[in-house]
Design a binder for this molecule. Structure first.
Ligand SMILES: Cc1cc2nc3c(=O)[nH]c(=O)nc-3n(C[C@H](O)[C@H](O)[C@H](O)COP(=O)(O)OP(=O)(O)OC[C@H]3O[C@@H](n4cnc5c(N)ncnc54)[C@H](O)[C@@H]3O)c2cc1C
Ligand code: FES
Length: 274
């Protein structure tokens, strides 16, 4: 029998990693389903995570579909639900509804150079597609990551980024100078302009705060990327996740069903409600 899309599947937290501490903390959670794992997803898709008695939040799956043992989520503490998640411990149970949304059309990108551009927690939705491309590296061209955060402490996946540098090109940045920092200092869009990625046979995938996305797109346009070469994800407020409540719409589009992944060619045709 098909799983009812409204009913969360029960899952257990098997690992918690503190990525960022301080005023805007981020934790990465690994979860395993309690029952049979028939959960299949595409990179870029999201789930509704429920903390019982507190509510639900839409969160991107940050692990790649290639990994079957666990689902990973990296979560910035914002309000009621995400604060409750940050209080949880290994062994605690949560609900997982989904997967929702369209995901990245990574199959269409075979043979192309992929440039991932992230800011802060925006690396989480990108991580799934980046790891998928890395796992099938021979099928793609050059892989490059341009990623930044406010300070070096605010970068997520710090250990993983060190390992990633052995496998692909990684350009990091922080917003303001720090004594030990040897990479770019400035905002992510400035690092894009500085590194001048070539639009030739390339696709860019960008995720981060809306203001960063806006200026990254501007920087890419200045480098002569076409609109159809630029992909991003939209984080509208969501409730049902399945196209019923109308909370997430941009014009006639329901982001939870038609998005959250859009090319800039698609997004710029929609009303500016995101
Ligand atoms: C498609 C999609 C994917 C997402 N992926 C991730 C992810 O991988 N990791 C992650 O940490 N967060 C992600 N988010 C954002 C996450 O859903 C919100 O931060 C979360 O729902 C806030 O819930 P809360 O109950 O903790 O906060 P609330 O009490 O509901 O709100 C607290 C604060 O958070 C702000 N907020 C609420 N919803 C959102 C939202 N959708 N986007 C931005 N700010 C919001 C509110 O304006 C308010 O200031 C995603 C959102 C969407 C729509
Ligand atoms: S979240 Fe309800 S319609 Fe999209």
């Amino acid at each position: 029998m098909e799983h009812n899309a409204y009913i969360p599947r029960l899952a257990k937290i098997i690992q918690i990693k503190e990525e960022v501490s301080g005023a805007r903390p981020i934790k990465t959670f690994r979860t395993q389903f309690l029952n049979k794992n028939d959960f299949a997803f595409h990179c870029g898709q999201c789930t509704m995570l429920s903390v019982f008695g507190k509510g639900e939040s839409m969160i991107s799956i940050s692990s790649p579909p290639l990994i079957k043992d666990y689902l990973q989520f990296s979560i910035l503490k914002m309000g009621r639900v995400t604060s409750a998640l940050h209080e949880m411990e290994v062994g605690d149970k949560i609900g997982i509804r989904g997967p929702y949304g369209n995901g990245f059309p990574i199959e269409d990108w075979k043979g192309k150079n992929l440039i991932f551009i992230g800011g802060g927690i925006g690396l989480a939705p990108i991580w799934s597609v980046l790891q998928t491309a890395l796992g099938k590296k021979q099928e793609y061209g050059e892989l490059k990551l341009i990623y930044g955060a406010r300070t070096s402490k605010d970068l997520v996946f710090k250990e993983e980024l060190k390992e990633l540098k052995k496998k692909m090109i990684v350009h990091l940045s922080i917003d303001v100078e720090e004594p030990e920092w040897e990479e770019f200092i400035g905002f992510v869009p400035q690092n894009v302009t500085d590194k001048k990625p070539s639009p030739k046979n390339a696709i860019t995938i960008t995720c981060g705060p809306p203001i960063m996305i806006k200026f990254v797109i501007q920087a890419l346009k200045d480098l002569e990327f076409e609109d159809a070469q630029i992909y991003t994800t939209v984080e509208n407020k969501m409730k049902c996740g399945i196209g019923k409540c109308g909370r997430c719409n941009i014009g006639m589009h329901y982001v939870c069903k038609d998005g959250p992944v859009y090319s800039w060619a698609e997004l710029k045709k929609l009303p500016q409600e995101y």
